[in-house]
Design a protein around this ligand. Structure first.
Ligand SMILES: [Zn+2]
Length: 265
């Protein structure tokens, strides 16, 4: 029998964006531009046996370089979810953009033992020549990609294939699209499966109106990921979008701390 987990979304950052900035070729929809808030999250899946963190947020330097508002640095954000780095058994990286791996050093320093997991395709892309081309590279921090290399050399980074069991009840599924090795994570809970879509679905509008996001490595794969996630949703899974303020509206309860949203308690 699969293990069940509590799932949290921790909102650690925010910024004001617009629809034209967020959706690919927004002019094609012939709609006026509109403001769209972009929230930044990482996620926690835990039960008495283990605590898994999915993504790590951006670093203060990564945020400052892009004018992002950091609500909580990784360590206090983790503490707000009742966790400390030494309690984390695994860190899953859905992809290598600065706002997903920037907080990783908090989980890999002295006294930590967490296994770090990402897809092999993602690692190979960002440590290879194409990942250094301008339109790709500007969404990453070179020092953070170097940290992945260090972890790999130290035997701390597991490179996963297209489907990988992180732990019983927690699965990584590579979907690509947004980045070559973009992954989603499914988590078994008492209320049924939860899909942590990360940047395979930044906003629910991407799924509901079939609108790709503006940052895309392979558009056909991004559309195919929408199809795959819709199929899982139709089968009863609940989708947690990666950057949508609606996550709080859809899952939050008044008792929650404002930035720690209980997806499944
Ligand atoms: Zn991304």
């Amino acid at each position: 029998m699969s293990e069940l987990y509590e799932v949290l979304a921790v909102r650690y950052g925010t910024r004001q964006a617009s629809a034209a900035e967020v959706f690919l070729n927004y002019h094609a929809y012939r709609e006026p531009d509109r403001p769209l808030q972009m929230d930044y999250f990482f996620w926690v899946a835990r039960n008495p046996a283990r605590s898994v963190v999915i993504d790590t947020g951006f670093s203060p330097a990564g945020a400052a370089a892009r004018g992002r508002t950091m609500l909580m640095d990784t360590m206090p954000a983790l503490q707000s979810a009742g966790l400390t780095p030494d309690a984390i058994t695994q860190v899953v990286l859905t992809h290598a953009h600065y706002d997903h791996i920037g907080g990783l050093p908090a989980f890999t320093g002295t006294g930590t033992a967490a296994e770090v997991i990402m897809t092999r395709d993602e690692y190979d892309f960002w440590t290879g020549p194409m990942g250094r081309r301008g339109q790709f590279a500007h969404i990453t921090e070179a020092s953070e990609l170097d940290h992945l290399r260090e972890l790999r050399a130290a035997g701390r980074l597991t490179l996963a294939g297209p489907a990988h069991q992180v732990a019983p009840g927690i699965e990584l599924i590579q979907v690509g699209g947004h980045t070559p090795g973009q992954a989603i994570v499914t988590v078994a809970t008492a209320g049924g499966p939860v899909i942590l879509a990360s940047d395979a679905v930044h906003y629910y509008e991407e799924l509901e109106r079939d609108r790709p996001f503006s940052i895309v490595a392979c558009l056909a794969d991004m559309y195919a990921a929408f199809d795959q996630i819709r199929e899982l949703a139709e089968a009863g899974a609940r989708v947690v979008a990666g950057h949508d303020p609606q996550v709080a509206d859809r899952f939050g309860t008044p008792a929650d701390a404002p930035d720690v949203i209980t997806i499944e308690g």
